[in-house]
Design a protein around this ligand. Structure first.
Ligand SMILES: [Zn+2]
Length: 342
């Protein structure tokens, strides 16, 4: 029988200090050339081991081979000039210096396929691989070529689809698209964002997921959260259309967030990765706190569709904190699994 409440993480986990400076985003690599390649593989194996030892069921690469969940993918594409930089407002929240789209975008070679194949060789557990979503990608660039957010997103969707099909062939069980932009640009999400996402999943037979969160626990995000009021109802804007989509799994932020849990009812029928670990605090949840969040979610998600998860990636956290949170997630899920078996 399939295990109930299989645990997983949203994606990124801390990197070893010999590979990149811990607790920061866009941390530069400390190694170069062949040493860097070897170091990334070693880090991937350590990250996998941490997950397995903590009892995580659906494992990932911990995003050890990428500097950032969006930019690293874009760096592998042609048509984007990384020497030209323009300052744009990311998700209407903070300014960042971003590369410029100067020509038609294309994927000349696979981006993460070798890494996924390597992860597949290391474990027989189900593996999940994260890619940026098309809308989140366009929001991290200055477009001087297409001059249409929709058209650029569509081009990225086609590129992501090429990558996803090869990841599936490499043995990935769940392909996840990270779309924090879905929490910001509601009209665009409904007009073409979800259609672009579905284009990225075209022809896939493995499971597909979309991760929609309120971002890493960095200051720009926590400041933004302060402005959102006592109830965060952003999900309400996009869930009805997402429920109608072909995406199998929706990954959400639920722990310590002000998202009313009943909004999950709007995606009834989908599998839900319920964020039961807050990534914006160093405080490690108790197993009972995790269990309490999962019990609340069970009112709106059938038990066989509930996947305990983290709110977002844990790359910016100290390693000991991240490991403690993985253990808390496993222990909390075990409590509820035991209750369900009675
Ligand atoms: Zn996230």
């Amino acid at each position: 029988m399939k295990k109930l409440l299989p645990t997983s993480t949203a994606g990124s986990l801390p990197k070893p200090s010999w590979l990149a400076q811990p607790e920061v985003l866009w941390s530069p690599w400390k190694l170069q050339g062949d040493e860097l390649l070897q170091g990334k593989q070693d880090a991937l194996r350590l990250s996998l081991l941490d997950q397995l030892q903590a009892g995580i069921d659906i494992v990932s690469d911990g995003e050890q081979t990428r500097q950032h969940f969006v930019t690293t993918f874009i760096e592998h594409l042609s048509g984007v000039d990384f020497n030209q930089r323009k300052t744009v407002r990311i998700r209407n929240r903070y300014d960042a210096s971003v590369p410029v789209v100067v020509d038609a975008v294309a994927r000349q070679k696979p981006v993460f396929v070798e890494d996924a194949r390597f992860l597949r060789q290391q474990t027989t557990q189900p593996i999940k691989w994260a890619l940026p979503g098309p809308m989140t990608m366009i929001d991290t660039l200055f477009d001087d070529h297409y001059k249409s957010r929709e058209q650029l997103a569509w081009e990225f969707a086609k590129i992501l689809n090429q990558e996803a099909l090869e990841l599936e062939a490499a043995g990935v069980d769940i392909i996840q698209f990270d779309e924090p932009a879905f929490n910001v640009f509601f009209d665009e999400v409904n007009d073409w964002g979800i259609a672009a996402l579905e284009r990225a999943t075209q022809g896939l037979k493995c499971e597909t997921a979309v991760h929609i969160c309120y971002g890493y626990g960095i200051k720009a995000n926590t400041d933004w959260k302060q402005t959102l009021g006592s109830e965060w109802r952003q999900y309400e804007q996009v869930f009805p259309k997402l429920q109608q989509s072909g995406i199998d799994i929706v990954s959400l932020e639920c722990q310590n967030s002000r998202v009313p849990m009943e909004l999950i009812e709007l995606i009834r029928g989908k599998k839900v990765m319920v964020g039961a670990i807050d990534v914006a605090t160093h405080r490690i949840e108790t197993p009972e706190e995790v269990a309490s969040t999962l019990r609340k979610a069970l009112k709106y998600v059938d038990a066989d569709k509930l996947y305990p998860c983290t709110n977002c990636g844990m790359a910016p956290l100290p390693k000991a904190v991240a490991t403690g949170k993985l253990q808390a997630l496993t222990a909390g899920a075990a409590i509820v699994r035991e209750e369900l078996s009675r």
